[in-house]
Design a protein around this ligand. Structure first.
Ligand code: GLY
Length: 368
């Protein structure tokens, strides 16, 4: 098992990464489940795979789990579900010092974390991430949110979990497609700041996706450590450091919005294409060697992921995609900072990007 500290000032916590952590949930929580009653939130799919394991782990340690089993999917990150969850937590008599368990992917973690941030002005929660994407990104760092008609994640709070238990056994119950989508966020850490890790992905990514246990532990632990370092330096995304984690996301969110956040394009799939676009756009501006940008796109293609915007066959033009970007949370007084690259592992925040130029670039990529 790997243990990665997240050194948030005043509220440090651990991310534990290893196989079998859910079955040993209670000892890993190390006294945080201080009452017999435990509130636990999950979705129907995760409950089907892991409900019995977690139920047994809690029950055998003398706890009574109170399950809230929600529909799977982004639609669950809504005001309605948030309000019902808050009422449920209050009915359970949750106190600030109690810990709510969030067993699921990003949707469950974001919604439960946001509820925890507002109940009694903030109570504790523990992340039990069950997707690769949640393990390497969304469960770590305290971003919580719901979606509204205006867009994804536009309402939320920074609220750090007390503990994250990333059980690698859950990766065996994911579809190949979901696993690959999460893998995009693994590769992201190499693209942001570590050429050697990108080379590791080149060499081992396919075997990791195919199921090699030690490669999986390394990939998740490395990713968590990379994120933990950034979050500890810039918890509230004020210095520009944490914004690096959004590499590929501005392009990716535009693609998700254009495809109505549907199963046509999972978040990680959109981010993979988004990172390939960020690399190509950087090369177009002369910032990055063209061969490096093609290496990024080629890497995703080599592990069976879409990396070309044109392959999506979208019925839109470059301006339509840029219009979606105007809802980006990074918008600042009419300008949109972009994550660009000087090379693989050398991502930076550029504040001089003209949206007309981005639209022209996207138009070329759509017709490529
Ligand atoms: N997923 C980006 C962040 O946590 O900042």
């Amino acid at each position: 098992m790997a243990v990665i500290p997240v050194d948030i000032a005043g509220r440090p916590y651990e991310v534990r990464v290893g196989a079998g952590l859910l079955a040993e949930l209670v000892p890993h929580c190390r006294g945080r489940l201080r009452k017999p009653d435990v509130a636990i939130v999950t979705d129907e799919n995760v409950y089907r795979h892991w409900g019995a394991v977690v139920q047994t782990a809690l029950h055998d340690a003398g706890h009574t789990p109170h399950w809230r089993i929600l529909p799977a999917g982004e639609g669950t990150k809504s005001w309605d579900e948030l309000s019902r969850m808050v009422d449920w937590l209050l009915d359970l008599g949750i106190e600030r010092g109690d810990h709510i368990l969030a067993l699921g992917g990003g949707v469950i973690g974001d919604l439960t974390g946001f509820a925890a941030s507002i109940v009694k002005r903030g109570c504790n929660f523990i992340q039990l991430p069950t997707s690769l994407l949640a393990q390497v990104d969304s469960s770590v760092g305290g971003k919580t949110a719901i979606n509204t008609p205006a867009g994804k994640n536009l309402v939320g709070a920074f609220h750090q979990p007390s503990l994250v238990l990333a059980d690698l056994a859950v990766l065996d119950t994911l579809s190949e497609r979901e696993l690959r989508a999460g893998y995009a966020e693994v590769v992201k850490y190499g693209l942001i700041g570590d050429l050697d890790f990108f080379h590791w992905c080149d060499e081992h990514g396919a075997a990791m996706l195919a199921g090699d246990a030690s490669l999986r532990e390394y990939a998740v632990a490395y990713s968590v450590a990379a994120k933990a370092k950034i979050v500890a330096e810039d918890e509230y995304e004020t210095t520009g450091k944490r914004a690096l984690l959004n590499l590929g996301h501005t392009f990716g969110h535009a693609l998700e919005a254009e495809t109505h956040y549907s199963d046509f394009l999972l978040h990680g799939e959109a981010v993979a294409i988004g990172m390939a676009l960020a690399a190509r756009y950087s090369a177009r501006r002369g910032l990055m060697p063209r061969a490096s940008a093609e290496h990024v796109a080629g890497h995703f293609a080599a592990v069976g992921m879409k990396s070309e915007l044109s392959a999506l066959r979208l019925d839109c033009d470059g301006r339509d995609l840029v219009a979606h970007m105007l809802h980006d949370k990074k918008m600042d007084a009419g300008t949109l900072p972009f994550l660009l690259m000087r090379g693989i592992g050398e991502t930076f925040l550029a504040k001089d990007v003209e949206l007309d130029d981005v639209a022209a670039f996207l138009e070329e990529e759509l017709r490529r």
